[in-house]
Design a protein. Structure first.
Length: 137
C-alpha cells in the first residue's frame, strides 16, 4: 500500500469524464489554425490563448504555435517581446493540399476519387461539375 496518496481510488474521475474534458489529438492545432484563418493579420500567443483556449496554460498555446511554425504552417514576426503568427496558406489552400496528399499516398487513386465523389452531396457534385467545366460560382 502506498502511503501519502493525495487522491484515493474512489476520488478519481471516471474514464468517460476524462474523455469528455480532453480535446482529441490535434484538435487544439485545428482550433488555433481556424482562429488564425479567421483573424485579419498576425496574432500573438496571448491573443490566441484568450480566444481559443483560456482554460489551458499559456505555455501550451505557445507550444502549439511553435509546433505549427516548425511544420511550416505558420510564419512569425517579432511584435514587441513576443512573436505574432500568421498562416502560410489560406484554409482552402491548406485543405486542398491535404486532399492532394491523401491522393498521392493512395495506391489506387481512382478508388479514392470514386469514393470521395460518392460521398458528396448533390450540391457539392453540382459545384464540382461547374469547377471542372471552368465556371466560377
Amino acid at each position: 500500500m502506498i502511503h501519502g496518496s493525495l487522491v484515493g481510488d474512489d476520488e478519481r474521475p471516471a474514464e468517460e469524464d476524462l474523455v469528455t474534458t480532453r480535446r482529441p489529438i490535434g484538435a487544439l492545432e485545428d482550433e488555433v489554425m481556424e482562429y488564425l484563418w479567421a483573424t485579419e493579420g498576425p496574432a500573438t500567443p496571448a491573443e490566441v490563448h484568450q480566444a481559443v483556449a483560456p482554460d489551458l496554460a499559456y505555455t501550451t498555446v505557445m507550444t502549439v504555435l511553435t509546433r505549427l511554425w516548425t511544420k511550416e504552417l505558420l510564419t512569425r514576426e517579432a511584435k514587441g517581446r513576443a512573436f505574432a503568427y500568421s498562416p502560410v496558406r489560406s484554409e482552402a489552400q491548406h485543405r486542398a493540399e491535404l486532399m492532394q496528399t491523401a491522393l498521392d499516398d493512395s495506391a489506387d487513386r481512382e478508388a479514392v476519387l470514386s469514393s470521395f465523389v460518392a460521398s458528396l452531396s448533390r450540391a457539392d457534385v453540382k459545384r464540382l461539375r461547374s469547377l471542372l467545366k471552368g465556371e466560377s460560382s
